[in-house]
Design a protein around this ligand. Structure first.
Ligand code: URA
Length: 284
């Protein structure tokens, strides 16, 4: 299916240095196994330009999250029974790992305003990132730094907004695997991921997004550890281009925006990932 973009979306992509094109002939088949739900649009060529460098780095070494120590069963069960407001309070007061000693704020997530205090907002997309950085820790909101600006621009290009209400945009809720900042923006530790996992799981259960976009290795491994046996050893690039499932919700894998800021060629691939996400949402 051809992707329809209006002038505003095209301008947005130009700003991101992503040149958009799609073949008139059937889409190019990727080197990886075919998509389970929809074939990805062939990635457009990237324009080489220097990108700003940001503190948050795309981790390189693989960390087997399957080795994660499970969170205490009683705690996980209690979180699994929480409503939206109880969940927010629980995150805000969490002391389950050492990050509570260094954080300034917890970062629950951000999205459109919910209809009621106890009700989660209605969203189409859930974006799952890694962990709050310095800005996010200060503001208590995910993706507010340079990587967040890029993420917002990319989402806006496909008519998606964390505020939802803007000109009929589809609504996105944005969260991280970790709700607290690891000091110095180091990688999340296994026990930190394990303690935070019940929060992410409950957020997804309550939000019931139509699609999850997992950006970066930690999000991908957290969400797919239970369903993709070799997810810890696969480079992220090899996991792209397919549609997975988390608790029945389609999951599309993409690069972390902080990594994209440093690696222009991958921006074009991230655009293809967004196209796959849109195709997935459109498919019956
Ligand atoms: N990187 C992330 O993964 N999440 C944020 O909120 C900010 C930067």
């Amino acid at each position: 299916m051809a992707l329809e973009l209006d002038a505003r979306q095209r301008a947005m992509l130009e700003e991101m240095h992503v040149r958009v094109w799609w073949p008139q002939a059937p889409a190019v088949v990727p080197a990886e196994p075919p998509a389970a739900v929809a074939a990805p649009v062939a990635p457009p060529p990237a324009v080489a330009r220097p990108a700003p460098v940001v503190a948050a780095a795309m981790p390189v070494a693989a960390v087997p999250l399957s080795a994660t120590v499970p969170a205490d069963d009683g705690r996980a069960a209690a979180i699994a029974a929480m409503d939206w407001s109880a969940l927010q309070l629980s995150v805000a007061g969490c002391e389950a790992c050492k990050l509570c000693g260094t954080r300034k704020n917890t970062v629950f997530g951000v999205g459109p305003v919910a209809p009621g205090a106890d009700a989660p907002p209605r969203v189409d997309w859930l974006i799952v990132g890694e962990a709050p950085g310095e800005q996010e820790d200060l503001r208590g909101e995910p993706f507010v730094g340079q990587a967040g600006k890029l993420l917002d621009n990319m989402l806006r290009a496909v008519g998606v907004s964390r505020h939802g209400e803007v000109r009929g945009a589809q609504a996105a809720f944005i969260v991280n695997v970790l709700k607290c900042r690891p000091p110095g923006n180091r990688n999340p530790a296994l026990d930190e991921v394990a303690q935070c996992e019940p929060f992410l799981k409950r957020q997804i259960a309550l939000l019931q997004p139509r699609l999850i976009l997992a950006v970066g290795r930690f999000a991908v491994q957290s969400l797919l550890a239970g369903s993709v046996p070799d997810v810890q050893t696969q480079p992220l690039g090899r996991l792209r281009g397919k549609v997975y499932r988390y608790e029945g919700v389609p999951v599309v894998v993409s690069y972390h925006p902080a990594y994209l800021l440093r690696s222009l060629p991958e921006k074009a691939k991230a655009w293809a990932d967004l196209c796959l996400a849109m195709e997935t949402l459109r498919s019956p």
